[in-house]
Design a binder for this molecule. Structure first.
Ligand code: 4NP
Length: 170
């Protein structure tokens, strides 16, 4: 499906995973750094959320922070939060790590939501396939699984930035 036209003047992006301590904080950090590198910080905002409240107010998982640092990404302060219907409403794109996140975001948002804006983050990863289009949960894994998730996130965010560069009015 071709991407829908994005909002103007500010494109609001919400990264979503289950706990908002591993995958979506990494996606937020990478996408925000890429937005700044592209000089789009006035035009694109990036936030992150979880679909569950297990870790509300906690910082990012130290393994996620270590993976980010290892690959040279800035690590900012983070407080986990659960996505609310108004967060979905306010976003132009809600980019989810896996399919269960998509289903849960749509359930939380309720009927009347623009379902098309709720997508898998890896829809922007040129190497994704219908059989391999999620960012697997690294929570039960080790540094290796966090690094693997981060690399998928990096490829997806690079594709997202290309998409934004191509669609933002200039
Ligand atoms: P995340 O990872 O969804 O990438 O933040 C998880 C964090 C916590 C849990 C599961 C996944 N948990 O079950 O507490």
């Amino acid at each position: 499906m071709p991407p829908r036209p994005l909002g103007w003047p500010t494109v609001r992006i919400a990264m979503v995973c289950l706990g908002n301590i591993c995958r979506s904080p990494m996606a937020e950090a990478v996408a925000r750094a890429m937005v700044e590198q592209a000089g789009l910080e006035g035009e694109v905002t990036v936030e992150s959320f979880g679909t569950a409240a297990y870790h509300t107010s906690e910082g990012a998982d130290p393994r996620a922070e270590a993976a980010l640092r290892q690959r040279g990404w800035p690590v900012g302060a983070h407080r986990a939060r659960r996505i609310a219907p108004e967060d979905v409403e306010a976003a132009d794109l809600v980019l989810c790590a896996d399919r269960s996140n998509v289903a849960e975001v749509l359930r939380i948002a309720g009927p009347g939501t623009d379902r098309d804006k709720v997508r898998l983050l890896r829809c922007f990863d040129p190497s994704s396939t219908p059989e391999d289009d999620e960012v697997p949960d690294p929570w039960y894994g080790q540094a290796r699984e966090f690094d693997a998730a981060l690399r998928l996130i990096e490829r997806s965010c690079a594709g997202l930035l290309e998409h934004l560069g191509a669609t933002l009015p200039r």
